[in-house]
Ligand binder design. Structure first.
Ligand SMILES: [Zn+2]
Length: 91
């Protein structure tokens, strides 16, 4: 018997926010889109071990976006520079 790949489609809940202003690194004007998402599925459980409801997920996404908003705004260039290089690029 072979396992077939069953594609089950779960709904993805997304939230997006745009930020614009001066980059904290190079002071250039930048605008970034912050995106957060989570899938609504029976395996995505909350602290009580119950599947998360649409409302719970949206609430979590809102919190996550708010957290991201408190971090300094960086342009893509500065963000890449701040991130440690991937293993294959390390000496
Ligand atoms: Zn910058």
């Amino acid at each position: 018997m072979r396992f077939r790949n069953v594609t089950t489609h779960f709904e993805e809940l997304k939230l997006k926010a745009t930020r614009s202003g001066r980059c904290a690194g190079c002071q250039k004007r930048t605008s970034r889109v912050l995106k957060v998402s989570q899938t609504l599925n029976p395996f995505n459980k909350n602290a009580k071990g119950l599947p998360k409801s649409r409302f719970e997920i949206m609430e979590e996404l809102r919190i996550r976006l708010a957290e991201r908003r408190t971090q300094p705004l960086l342009c893509t260039g500065c963000e890449d520079a701040a991130r440690p290089p991937p293993p294959w690029k390390r000496p």
